[in-house]
Design a protein around this ligand. Structure first.
Ligand SMILES: Cc1cc2nc3c(=O)[nH]c(=O)nc-3n(C[C@H](O)[C@H](O)[C@H](O)COP(=O)(O)OP(=O)(O)OC[C@H]3O[C@@H](n4cnc5c(N)ncnc54)[C@H](O)[C@@H]3O)c2cc1C
Length: 698
């Protein structure tokens, strides 16, 4: 029978919605479904990962995006997508034709360490390996804590062997204050660190294999850590390498100790058992030196996951179980490289190809469709209707909005709608289709109805917006009330600079680095020289450096739709933050960009005649304050309030997004992908874990 499962409507075209569409539309899908349609407000796909092409073809991102080497499902999906597009044959002029063109290894990663009032770089180069992320047959399943810990600790021993003071095998991790890390000198510090880590491993193994031996194991850890502390602590005051070795030992020993003491190794809930306590608090409770718990090693994790409550750097929260999962997967489970960076905008290398391949499969896209409300049926068991505002009408003769443009031959999403395809191009240039505060009247009201427009519905609109459009569900079920009350989001801010000189000239010798744990609000910096060629600058104004900065933003929440000045106000505040950062904080990273204590405005590409701080307006910054754009946080104590992709409580409603309970309950592309795949699996009547790669808390 054709289309036996009826029609699928996917609300929201971010990574999660598109991942659901991808799995639902696999070859032969028309036997299952009569249609698959993605409804998306505005003119582009990608949501929090969307990007556009602005003046000089420059890439304008929602925020900097890194793909981690353990993103098994996101890589697999992208690899499938590029293989299906087969651009070598179908679009040989496109400069990015395969997934290997789209993402490149980015092995140099660092944190900033402020000690005795002075900032130092702590830069590590993580050796690549021969594995590739997203292999079609990569195994997956639930994560066993014992194997996770054992694997992590063993690889940590390798890692620690490269700390200053240990004999470093060539090509492994080197930690250094210098952006170009030197070979480590011989010494005693890390030797002791190694002994301590080996002891933790031994103790954890003993405790795991011999239930009842916990006290002995804990005793062994305490003894060895105390010895290391005595030897290292005093010396570490004057030696960065020793101090970092001590921080590492102290944090890892506390994790090992905590897992044993809290009996997590044998707890059937696994790392879920540690969902309610903050990671930092938990390691300190298990003996971590407070200085280690507040070191950039741990701080970097909080920064990369925007863990500041309401954007306040003084109030941070991240669950201990997830902290252990993410750190061990990031550092010890990566394929190919620890980080991967995109060679153009995320809209160009991820969402445009997905759009093209999905269209090729026959998936429909309805742009300029803003979902306003989900309505229940009379007995409140299913979604009966979806209220939609149609934001724009297509120009006469235009059958379907075609959202892509080409820059240097690459299909991309533009930074603004392609108004010539719209009936009222003038209106299009003044509207903010992606904004919750856009108060222009709709072209049309539409109601999508069960049985006519959809049979199954995927809600791939984020939780921040769900609190607005799911009022009936929230009033109906306590789980929905708990979800919106407890799964928190935070606004973010980001800016991008295009500078004339290259990084070595500006005083940073290693282009391509990603640095975190620096000063708020822009604690994270990514050097992005690999995208220069993807942009379209005139020869006499071509950048040598492209730098992305990002952090959380303390914007008031919840928001009021009547306060239409809110987004402008926050944008202006971000501009002030950027200005302050460029004048005060940038010099530590790019010393050559500052002269006599002032930023060298003449370095900015695209500034035209502008000079002084006014030249900043030629660069790009963004305040991500829209309810949909707020980053989904993982806050201690919130995990149990998430709903599973197959657990909406309504017969025909499935959930997709990094805000669901999908086995990796953190705001990232892999979580969004996992969730979308699980929503599709549920619609197709398959098990939750069907063709999910990698080991997660499923
Ligand atoms: C600044 C920043 C930096 C980040 N950096 C990284 C990183 O380095 N690595 C990483 O892995 N992850 C990163 N993330 C997280 C990552 O972007 C998200 O986890 C992921 O994009 C979430 O995908 P999603 O589909 O769940 O939601 P979204 O991307 O938010 O997609 C939701 C979609 O729904 C649409 N929508 C919303 N409301 C409506 C409506 N009313 N009607 C119709 N459509 C609607 C949106 O326009 C969007 O297309 C970052 C996030 C931010 C904010």
């Amino acid at each position: 029978m054709t289309g036996s499962r009826g029609r699928v409507a996917i609300l929201g075209g971010g990574m999660a919605g598109l991942a659901a569409a991808w799995r639902l539309s696999e070859p032969g899908w028309r036997k299952e479904f009569a249609s698959i349609t993605v409804y998306q407000r505005g003119w582009r796909l990608g949501g929090k990962g969307a990007s556009g092409r602005g003046i000089n073809g420059r890439i304008e991102e929602h925020g900097l995006h890194i793909w981690l080497g353990y993103y098994e499902n996101a890589f697999r999906l992208l690899r499938e997508c590029y293989a299906e597009l087969d651009r070598d044959r179908t679009d040989p002029d496109a400069p990015i034709r395969t997934w290997r063109d789209a993402l490149i290894p980015a092995s140099t990663v660092g944190v900033e360490d402020c000690h005795a009032g002075r900032w130092r770089h702590w830069v590590s180069t993580f050796s690549p390996n021969d594995l590739l992320p997203g292999e079609p047959d990569a195994p997956g399943g639930p994560m066993s804590v014992a194997s996770l810990v054992e694997n992590a600790l063993r690889r940590l021993l390798d890692f620690a062997a490269t700390l200053p003071g240990a004999q470093a095998p060539r090509g492994r991790v080197i930690l250094s204050t210098d952006p170009r890390p030197p070979a480590p000198p011989p010494g005693i510090g890390a030797g002791l660190g190694l002994t301590a880590l080996a002891a933790v491993l031994e103790a954890a193994t003993v405790a795991h294999n011999w239930i009842g031996a916990e006290a002995t194991a804990l005793d062994a850890i305490d003894r060895v850590v105390e010895e290391v502390r005595t030897a290292l602590f005093r010396a570490s005051r004057h030696d960065d390498g020793l101090r970092w070795a001590w921080h590492l030992v102290s944090a890892v020993a506390a994790i090992g100790r905590g897992l044993i003491a809290d009996k997590v190794l044998t707890d059937p809930r696994g790392l879920h058992a540690l969902s309610d306590e903050d990671f930092r608090h938990w390691i300190m409770r298990h003996g971590a030196d407070p200085e280690a718990a507040h070191s950039p090693l741990i701080g970097g994790l909080y920064d990369l996951t925007f863990a500041q409550l309401d954007g306040d750097p003084g109030r941070e929260s991240f669950p201990a179980g997830l902290g252990i999962l993410l750190t061990s997967k990031t550092f010890f489970d990566y394929k190919g490289a620890i980080f991967w960076k995109m060679t153009a905008g995320m809209g160009d290398v991820v969402f445009a190809p997905l759009y093209q391949a999905l269209r090729q499969r026959g998936v429909e896209f309805e742009f300029f469709h803003r979902v306003d409300a989900l309505h229940l049926n009379d007995d409140r068991t299913a979604i009966e209707a979806v209220a939609v505002g149609v934001q724009a009408r297509l120009a006469d003769g235009v059958e379907r909005y075609e959202p892509l443009v080409r820059v240097h031959g690459l299909p991309c999403f533009p930074a603004a709608p392609l108004s010539r395809q719209l009936a009222d191009p003038q209106a299009a240039s003044q509207r903010h289709y992606e904004s919750y505060w856009d108060d222009a009247p709709d072209e049309q009201r539409r109601t999508l109805r069960r049985g006519t427009d959809f049979d199954s519905l995927v809600l791939a609109i984020p939780v921040g917006m769900a609190s607005i459009i799911c009022g009936e569900l929230i009033a109906d079920r306590p789980e929905w009330r708990d979800l919106v009350a407890n799964v928190r989001t935070v606004a973010t801010q980001a800016f991008q600079l295009w500078l004339r000189d290259d990084e070595p000239t500006l005083g940073w010798p290693q282009p391509g680095v990603t640095i975190s744990a620096y000063v708020p609000p822009f604690d994270t910096w990514a050097s992005m020289p690999q995208v220069i060629d993807a942009e379209d600058w005139p020869a006499d104004d071509r950048p040598g450096t492209i730098a992305y900065f990002c952090g959380s933003l303390n914007a008031p929440w919840p928001v009021d739709r009547r306060d239409t000045a809110y987004p402008r106000r926050e944008r202006d505040r971000v501009r002030d933050n950027v200005l302050r950062y460029m004048q005060r904080d940038l010099a530590h990273l790019l010393p050559g960009a500052v002269r006599d204590g002032a930023f060298r405005w003449e370095l900015l590409c695209g500034r035209g005649e502008a000079s002084g701080p006014a030249a900043l307006d030629s660069q790009f910054w963004v305040a991500n304050v829209d309810p949909s754009d707020r980053y989904v946080q993982a806050v201690a104590g919130s995990d149990r309030f998430r709903l599973r992709p197959d657990g909406s409580g309504y017969d025909n409603l499935f959930l997709a997004g990094d805000w669901t309970d999908c086995g990796l309950n953190a705001g990232c592309i892999e979580a969004a992908t996992l969730s979308g795949l699980q929503a599709a699996n549920a619609i197709l009547g398959r098990s939750r874990r069907y063709r999910i790669g990698g080991y997660y808390l499923l």
